[in-house]
Design a protein around this ligand. Structure first.
Ligand code: HT7
Ligand code: ZN
Length: 876
């Protein structure tokens, strides 16, 4: 019952052209007056009821064209305002509501974070501020007057440009009026008011517009904004060069708040960020934090065109802005840093987050057709797989036609709210490519598998690749159609070079891309002068699982010589995964785990290969995570056996390569002050990856090395790496290091989050008790999403053995946390519950215990829609 269906979409019966807001802020009684200029839609019969959305609202006044309405003229509840018979000509509705920002623990709508008033309106938060047609296809021009006590909120920020400021005569209050000339949906509305410090910047656009930039943070944090400001300016320039998109207001403000449900929000001209994605200095932020800040700043900025100037017609089209914008931010980071390293990192993330989602009960298409609660669809599938789909369009069309399609999209849809179909039409019209079958990527859930068998006829010099594809059944989608799958390929020869060939038949080919479209293709390649090793899916040209008959020996050849760095990395991962799967089986059966000597040798060779980028070597040396091994196994997973196999392999590599890794580790010390640039971050990544092996080598002196690494670190990247190894390898000095770290960083909540996470992700059986105890630590706060994710979220998603404990205590702890949190913040509670997404793949005992925990959640009375939806779908 309930829920929203794509096929039920109808244009809004009324349009709201202008919104004039007057918001008088007070912590417990904020008064909002909204003057809405409303017009009947062209296809709406006169007298059609006007129904506005609300959520937990208190109506305090209602005027229609200046006159008070009587009780017969409207029906109001906290969740709805209906005018049964509005005028047929344009009219003005003036709605007054009263809000309690201090009581808003959901962090949706207007709330206070550390005393700062701020808003979050995507997806449906505006209806918690005033009654409205709160849907993305209703675009209006907004003016916002914000008023507050001067002492409480000297800074008043809104969307668009600042028009006027002044004092409210005879009071201790002041006001600011902001006007945003660009029509926008309500989800992009924002205001911020508080006592904040401003870090200024400026940017001149390609056409000469002077833009004032401002980053607002709590006083004392100003010196942690330099990287964010630099990232913003680089993003603005990049969008001009890469997509021809300029900024379109005189002001661009960013505010960092410490209580935020997600990463950041692209409100027009006033982005609001989780402070985790703004604040950085070498002492408290890691290289990964710096990279994340750069990516999230870019992402939100790029939304100004893909999301704001062109928005979504309805929430089913979420990937239209999110998948596309993730693609854009990934391209930006690839241009700013190393492209292959960025691609490997992105694919690792896709495989570790999106592939399990697609393989479990929460699987859904990139463009879903049904939802109970839209907040639960801000998923890895919509974002990450959505980005892969855009990347495949580029792969299939080529660089120029892709850019032409994007230009056409901006030209056709600027100022509008549109759909995935309209987006695809632009590429079809710009390239003449038929994208009808390709559109299935938006419709069909589940990760396709392509299976390939190869054969070389040395006499005829013909190489054959026999492909078949299948898409697994997913909830409510039993039968799947074949998809368009672009397979970028090369034939790698003995010396590692790409071999020449004459013709390719049996499939459509464009350059080095095979376009699979049928359930099976027999691809024949002629003129191949030596036995080749196929390098398939170069650059991960499609988000699929590849099963091939390529031997381990050939994969190791690719690992050593493939001209495509992504496939070098992938080849090592493939070999490591098959070795770890075999190791897991041995561990499960109580047999001795055998280690693959060729793999150990290959890893040692990559580590030493100075012709390779250190960042790449670091990634190549990192073994697949326990969750990745579990995903590979797919069913009846015993997480303890998985961990045993992985630990055994890591220990063996550490023992066999320890001496050379130690020498290499010593040679990589960086002189001079910390810099977050990609090259130095790469060296640190390699050094810290080697440190992990050294922590497990058992050799004399290595534990001391780890203690020294921690103690002498002059930056957070190294300090955290040292702490993690001391704690996770249970080396002497771990407790002292935890205490020293806490002492040093106790006043910096984001640094304390790392301290919580290190302890939450320790695979030791005591971890759960520790995590429980930490929930009572003064540094922990149940109400703060960052703290909660750092401790309980990290335990549930980053501690495979302890969350999936055989006694079910890990499941119970997370389920209890979800139930308690649901009363305060359903959105964050629902996200935490999705940590159960792979429960069906567990072995029988754990499966039953996980199911019991999920049922206990699902059966609780008065659950939020958010948690109920995740619990019910997980159990389907
Ligand atoms: N577009 C933003 C999504 C978002 C959000 C959604 C629901 C609840 C809270 C939220 N905060 C931000 C972020 C983005 O993808 O850019
Ligand atoms: Zn986004």
């Amino acid at each position: 019952a309930g829920g929203v269906r794509l096929e039920d979409y109808q244009p809004a019966p009324y349009t709201i052209d202008r919104v004039d807001l007057n918001i008088r802020l007070a912590p417990k009684a904020t008064r909002v007056s909204a003057r809405l200029a409303i017009r009947r839609g062209d296809n709406t019969a006169p007298g059609t009821a006007l129904v506005l959305d609300g959520d937990d609202l208190k109506l305090t006044g209602l005027l229609l064209d200046g006159s008070a309405l009587t009780f017969q003229d409207y029906e109001a509840s906290p969740n709805r305002l209906e005018i049964p018979a509005p005028p047929s000509e344009p009219f003005v509705l003036e709605i007054s509501t009263e809000l309690d920002p201090d009581a808003n623990t959901k962090l949706m709508g207007l709330y206070r974070s550390q005393g700062t008033y701020c808003t979050q309106c995507e997806a449906q938060g505006f209806r918690r501020i005033t009654y409205f047609l709160d849907r993305p296809d209703v675009l209006a021009v907004y003016s916002t007057r914000i008023e507050a006590r001067k002492g409480e909120a000297p800074v008043l920020l809104g969307n668009g440009n600042l028009i006027e400021t002044g004092d409210v005569a005879g009071t201790d209050r002041h006001f600011a009026i902001w006007h945003d000339p660009h029509p926008k949906p309500s989800y992009l509305f924002a205001l911020v008011a508080g006592d904040l410090a401003r870090v200024p910047g400026e940017f001149t656009t390609a056409s000469g517009r002077e833009v004032e930039l401002g980053i607002y943070v709590e006083h004392g944090n100003e010196d942690q904004c330099g990287w964010a400001m630099d990232s913003l300016k680089r993003s603005m320039r990049w969008d001009e060069k890469a997509f021809g998109r300029e900024y379109d207001l005189d002001v661009f403000n960013i505010v960092a708040v410490s209580d935020f449900n997600m990463g950041a929000m692209e409100n027009k001209g006033l982005n609001i960020f989780n402070d985790k994605y703004i604040l950085a200095d070498p002492d408290t932020a890691t290289d990964q934090d710096y990279a994340n800040i750069e990516a999230v700043i870019a992402h939100e900025y790029f939304h100004n065109w893909t999301g704001n100037r062109i928005t979504c017609r309805d929430w089913f089209q979420l990937c239209l802005k999110e998948g596309l914008t993730v693609f854009r931010d990934q391209e930006f980071s690839a241009d700013e840093r190393s492209r292959p390293v960025k691609r490997i990192s992105d694919v690792r993330l896709l495989k570790s987050h999106q592939f399990p989602e697609d393989a479990g009960p929460l699987a859904h298409p990139v463009r879903p057709r049904f939802y109970q609660e839209i907040n639960n669809f801000y998923t890895a599938t919509v974002y990450e797989k959505g980005a892969e789909v855009v990347r495949m369009i580029k792969t299939l069309l080529g660089e120029q036609a892709f850019r032409a399609g994007m230009d056409l999209f901006f030209e056709r849809h600027d100022g509008g709210a549109t759909t995935v179909e309209a987006f695809l039409d632009c590429f079809r019209d710009a390239s003449n490519e038929d994208l009808d079958q390709f559109a299935l990527w938006y419709e069909q859930a589940g990760t396709p598998t392509i299976t390939v068998k190869s054969d070389y006829d040395s006499k005829a010099k013909v190489f054959t690749l026999s492909f078949s594809q299948s898409v697994p059944p997913t909830p409510r989608q039993a039968d799947k159609k074949p998809m368009t799958i672009p397979v970028r390929f090369a034939l790698v020869g003995e010396d590692g070079s790409d071999l020449a060939y004459e013709t390719v038949s049996g499939v459509e080919v464009k350059g080095d891309v095979l376009k699979l479209q049928a359930p099976e293709h027999k691809v024949t390649i002629s003129g191949v002068n030596e036995r080749p090793i196929p390098s398939l899916l170069r650059g991960f040209s499609a988000p699929v699982i590849l099963e091939s008959d390529i031997s381990e020996e050939d994969y190791l050849h690719l690992a050593a010589r493939d001209g495509d760095p992504f496939n070098r990395w992938q080849a090592l991962q493939t070999v490591a995964l098959s070795s770890l799967t075999a190791g897991m089986e041995a561990a499960r059966d109580g047999a001795a785990i055998e280690v693959d000597g060729l793999l150990v040798h290959a890893l040692g060779t990559v580590a030493e290969d100075e012709s390779l980028d250190p960042a790449f070597r670091a990634l190549a040396l990192q073994l697949p995570a326990e969750a990745d091994i579990a995903r590979e196994i797919g069913s009846d997973v015993d997480p303890d056996a998985v961990a045993a196999a992985r630990n055994h392999l890591r220990r063996t590599i550490a023992r066999e390569k320890g001496a050379s890794f130690a020498r290499l580790y010593e040679s990589l010390e960086i002189d001079g002050p910390y810099s977050p640039d990609a090259a130095s971050a790469g060296v640190r990544a390699l050094r810290n990856t080697l440190l992990e092996y050294l922590a497990h080598s058992g050799a004399d002196g290595d534990a001391e090395r780890v203690r020294d690494h921690f103690a002498k670190a002059d930056n957070m990247t190294d300090r955290l790496a040292g702490l993690t190894q001391l704690v996770h390898a249970r080396l002497e000095g771990a407790e002292d290091a935890l205490a020293a770290y806490y002492e040093r960083h106790s006043t910096h909540p984001l640094a304390i989050d790392k301290w919580l996470t290190v302890q939450a992700t320790d695979g030791h059986p005591e971890a759960l008790e520790k995590v429980r105890a930490l929930t009572a630590h003064p540094a922990f706060s149940f109400a703060n999403p960052n703290r909660l994710r750092a401790l309980v979220g990290a335990f549930a998603t980053g501690n495979q053995t302890q969350f999936n404990r055989a006694d079910g205590a890990g499941f119970d702890f997370v389920a209890d946390t979800v139930l308690a949190l649901d009363e305060k913040n359903p959105q964050v509670a629902a996200r935490l519950l999705s940590a159960f997404r792979s429960w069906r793949a567990l072995e029988a005992t754990r499966r039953k215990l996980a199911e019991n925990a999920l049922r206990r959640v699902a059966e609780k009375a008065d659950l939020s829609r958010d948690v109920k939806d995740i619990a019910e779908r997980s159990l389907q």
